[in-house]
Design a protein around this ligand. Structure first.
Ligand SMILES: *Cc1c(COP(=O)(O)O)cnc(C)c1O
Length: 360
């Protein structure tokens, strides 16, 4: 606290990301990073940019990247917005599209950054509880929107931290029933098994889909995310971006991201590898008595009926295995969110779990 702070800063509740500790030999399964390094083509493209050209500002429109992303999705560059990680893209969407008189609707259990952006921008929100089985109930959103109570809607699909997917038919039903409010689908994890809503963009002008290169493309350290939507929605994001930072993506990031979007072989092979390990991990946890939610992401969300979540996470940390546990809402406090690592990291995790469960 300081008397030099603005009122805005006094009122903020910043997001707390998963820890990035520097502990030798740590098995880090707490922030859903990719356990494998990025494609060689990405590293080569980035190395080629670290020369004399760095004295020049990058392209403020990141046109090369928007074209590569549009080509990957079969869309037009005018339907693509890029930013410094999808967190920045989401922040711009909150200000550009989700700030209205009626509240912004989102699930009570979803990405915990949403309430932070809402508070930063003074956006009223309404949390809708997930169903008993942790699924998103589209009918709840439709009922509120029908009465004019939805200024906007946002949720991740697959949801975080549950990993559970909402079928595209349900997204379509939501969009049919909510023509007058923007609907943002955060597809940070869609490459691991979800059905993308990107295919619906030409049909629904209120739909914005956000994506990241952090998880499925192993580039969390590069900070590149993007949004897909009707050109009018993209224009709104560009207006906010150009009122904030003209150059959110540097030359190195653009070169790496373009190469990544073009390396289909690396992408397909890496996603398949992670999905295979996820299935093995889920089955191994179920064998050990865990309830494991059906995951379409690069993590699993699981709880053991005989162990408190916080105690389990702390015990695993003693064995140098880091997982994420969310104390709130209390309905999920006993769950562990475990990122899918390499096969070897999964072996270490399971061996540590066996020791912890046997000791308790
Ligand atoms: C990781 C994550 C993001 C942020 O991704 P970045 O592109 O690294 O900023 C956004 N939404 C959800 C649900 C995530 O899990």
């Amino acid at each position: 606290m300081s008397r030099y702070w603005s009122d805005v800063v006094h009122r903020l509740t910043p997001y707390v990301p998963g820890e990035q500790p520097r502990i030798e030999g740590l098995v880090k399964l707490n922030t859903n990073e990719c356990p494998y390094g990025p494609s060689e083509a990405v590293l080569a493209a980035m190395a080629a940019q670290t020369g004399e050209a760095l004295r020049l500002y990058p392209d403020p429109q990141s046109s090369a990247l928007r074209e590569a992303i549009a080509a990957h999705h079969g869309l037009k560059p005018a339907q693509v917005f890029v930013g410094n990680g999808s967190d920045e893209v989401l922040a711009h969407a909150f200000l550009a599209l989700l700030k209205h008189e009626a509240p912004l609707l989102h699930p009570d259990i979803s990405y915990s950054f949403y309430p932070v952006y809402a508070k930063l921008y003074g956006i009223q929100t309404r949390e809708l509880p997930l169903a008993e089985d942790f699924g998103i109930r589209v009918d709840d959103y439709l009922a509120i929107a029908r009465e004019g109570g939805a200024g906007g809607i946002i949720f991740p699909n697959p949801n975080a931290p549950t990993g559970m997917v909402l079928p595209r038919a349900e997204i379509r039903r939501l969009l049919e029933g909510v023509p007058d409010a923007p609907v943002v689908i955060d597809e940070a994890y869609v490459d691991f098994g979800g059905e993308s809503a990107a295919a619906l963009i030409d049909h629904y002008p209120q739909l914005l889909v956000t994506r990241t290169l952090s998880k499925s493309r192993a580039l969390a350290g590069l900070r590149v995310g993007y949004a897909l939507g009707d050109p009018a929605l993209i224009e709104a994001l560009i207006r906010v971006k150009d009122s904030f930072n003209s150059y959110p993506l540097d030359r190195v990031a653009v070169a790496g991201a373009v190469a990544s979007m073009q390396d289909e072989a690396w992408f397909a092979a890496t996603c398949a590898r992670i999905v295979a390990t996820r299935e093995r991990l889920g089955a191994a946890l179920a064998d050990r008595g865990f309830q494991v939610l059906p995951s379409a992401a690069n993590f699993v969300f699981a709880r053991h009926p005989g162990h408190a979540g916080a105690a389990l996470a702390a015990a695993l940390r003693e064995h140098k295995v880091l997982v994420r546990q969310f104390p709130r809402p209390t309905r999920i406090a006993d769950f562990l969110r475990i990122s899918v690592g390499t096969e070897a990291q999964t072996d270490v995790l399971l061996a540590a779990l066996d020791r912890v469960l046997a000791a308790a």
